[in-house]
Design a protein around this ligand. Sequence first.
Ligand SMILES: *[C@@H]1O[C@H](CO)[C@@H](O)[C@H](O)[C@H]1NC(C)=O
Ligand SMILES: *[C@@H]1O[C@H](CO)[C@@H](O)[C@H](O)[C@H]1NC(C)=O
Ligand SMILES: *[C@@H]1O[C@H](CO)[C@@H](O)[C@H](O)[C@H]1NC(C)=O
Ligand SMILES: *[C@@H]1O[C@H](CO)[C@@H](O)[C@H](O)[C@H]1NC(C)=O
Ligand SMILES: *[C@@H]1O[C@H](CO)[C@@H](O)[C@H](O)[C@H]1NC(C)=O
Ligand SMILES: *[C@@H]1O[C@H](CO)[C@@H](O)[C@H](O)[C@H]1NC(C)=O
Length: 170
Amino acid sequence: MRIATNILFGVLLLLLLVAPLNLPQSVQALCNCTTPASTVALQALYDSTGGVMWSDPWDMTSDDNLPCLGVTCDEGVVVSIDLSNRGLAGTLPSNLSSLSNISKFNVSSNNIHGTLPRELASWSLMEMFDVSSNHLSGTLPAEYGLHWNHSASKQMYFHNNSITGTHVTA
Ligand SMILES: *[C@@H]1O[C@H](CO)[C@@H](O)[C@H](O)[C@H]1NC(C)=O
Ligand SMILES: *[C@@H]1O[C@H](CO)[C@@H](O)[C@H](O)[C@H]1NC(C)=O
Ligand SMILES: *[C@@H]1O[C@H](CO)[C@@H](O)[C@H](O)[C@H]1NC(C)=O
Ligand SMILES: *[C@@H]1O[C@H](CO)[C@@H](O)[C@H](O)[C@H]1NC(C)=O
Ligand SMILES: *[C@@H]1O[C@H](CO)[C@@H](O)[C@H](O)[C@H]1NC(C)=O
Ligand SMILES: *[C@@H]1O[C@H](CO)[C@@H](O)[C@H](O)[C@H]1NC(C)=O
């Protein structure tokens, strides 16, 4: 009996030691995107713009890795985000910059304030960027013009905010 109790105690101790290691550091998959860079950035965007309050919010509780309205993933990485007019309220997190394959980003007609993170200039594949009709302020980061691909198809919309800078057109 004593031995059995000791074994039981040992097993419990082992479980206690091992269990925390099995907890995920971040979500494993989100919006049918599976790379850590994608899931971390999507979670940061959701958190910093009041995700629970959005219209048609993403399901952050399901383990089924369901697609999210407004997010397109290709081979596990985010390639497009369209969250225009969805009730986003808050700021754009700088760690969105880890979405290195994104080419479309539309968060127009929301209640986003603060400044545009200069880190987003690392989005080298960006073709369509629309942050119009929010409450953004500050100066347009010069890096955007320097790093983003100046192709003919590129569309950038910053109007109806309080952003200053040479590239802003009304
Ligand atoms: C992501 O971008 C890299 C570099 O441009 C490219 O090699 C890769 O194929 C892209 N992946 C997807 C899924 O678009
Ligand atoms: C989820 O992603 C996989 C692989 O990227 C894709 O084959 C599948 O069609 C996606 N599922 C949905 C429901 O979009
Ligand atoms: C962003 O989304 C809004 C609402 O759907 C749309 O009117 C606008 O044209 C989109 N922006 C771009 C650059 O396509
Ligand atoms: C992402 O950035 C936000 C604020 O900009 C921060 O609160 C959060 O901890 C960051 N997440 C990661 C995983 O770096
Ligand atoms: C400017 O943006 C605000 C905040 O999103 C919006 O309520 C308003 O309708 C926009 N005005 C125009 C002319 O688009
Ligand atoms: C810029 O975009 C054009 C047209 O989409 C493409 O041909 C070119 O390879 C891109 N350049 C870079 C550095 O991504």
